[in-house]
Design a protein around this ligand. Sequence first.
Ligand code: AMP
Length: 459
Amino acid sequence: MNARLLDEARDLSIYTAYNTNVDAIVYLNGGIVQRLVDEFGADAVKKRIDEYPREIDEPLDFVARLVHALKTGKPMAVPLVNENLHTWFDDHFDYDVERMGGQAGIIANLLASLDFKRVIVYTPHLTGRQAGLFLDRPNLLFPVVDGGRLAFRHPREAYRENDPIKVNRIFEFRAGMTFKLGSETITVPFSGRFIVSSRFESIRIYTEPALRPFLPEIGEEVDGAILSGYQGIKLRYSDGKDANHYLKMAKEDIMLLKRRKDVKVHLEFASIQNRALRKKVIYNLFPMVDSVGMDESEIAYVLNALGYPKLSERIFTYNRIEDSVLGGKIILDEMNLEILQIHTIYYLMYITLKDNPLTEEELRKSLEVGTTLAAARASLGEVKSPQDYRVGMNVPFNERGEYVKLRFEEAKRRTREYKVVITPTRLVKKPVSTVGLGDTISAGAFTSYLALLRERGAL
Ligand code: AMP
């Protein structure tokens, strides 16, 4: 039944922007780490570990934080702030895998694999290395301005070699790996990963000035837009620009997309550590879009930013469905959204106003598309074709989610002005990968929501 709904969604054209990055993965072994320690000397490494650098500005910062992570076996992520170190890393490591990272990149590849009619993806920084991670599919296009007109090319034909690049380097380690730090032999206690994430000034979230005037045309070409990456905005830049500048442009981008046709816009919200920035993104952008997707920890952060610290705290501590429903209603109402989608490990939820054109049953079907696609991705590591959806359909809905759903149905009487629906997730016991599952849920849910609206003549 919901395979048919996915087929209908596949007839849509979708625009997605802004964030892409390269995920470069290294499977560490004792030898690789030993060479690094020997290159810098055990004493220097130990000294730097004691200093505990919070950012990576030179190679020794990296080696020290890596060795520290290996000693404790704790997964960690440390930002790389010095762009010149790209060459150092690329000279020192052979990456075992390079894959697409960033929500816009992940969603573009997913929808293109599913044979959506057209997937227009935009990212402000597109080097050859980044472009090479886009799938080679004819329905995947990048907007360019050619001779003063809007044109579409495959990202691999649209790249610009001098663009900055965001590489997140992921060092996977296994329990039991050993190496020597001076006289000490270190055995890694747990398996995990050490992530060096790029945080450069040069990476900005925006639409290039030459392309911006064509956003109304792009909006007219598509049935929906999925925007993400705002967590990459910084509060301040050394050239004097600040978050307000980029958020103003982000707002205008949405208005431009909607200028010729009221194209539905979904914003995929990711955690933003800095509270001031989080608040700015919420207040500036949520009221501009139709749909927002987020996970359970983000709902608590958002409520905190909106001035509901007690409810936020309750969600963090007890994680009760009643509180998430109440919080969801507040966000929907205060930000004037058409639909809010929340994904948690055990269930997915939609909250809309009572006058939403879709029935609760239809809304539930749309959520099921989201979790089925995520289950397919978790089982296979990647969704490569529409047929892969069947793999997701064979993953059962989890039992805890069924229980939550029962409790939810009992408590539902209090939701008269809203439509609130939930579905348990299809949970894969041993996932091949959990990267991008939230993005996959949101892309599946939003596009099938659009397909149902279209069936109703409401799109
Ligand atoms: P995010 O944290 O935004 O990437 O979202 C992760 C979501 O993916 C969770 O809320 C779950 O709904 C879903 N998910 C996580 N692990 C699995 C799994 N093993 N199988 C299927 N879905 C999963």
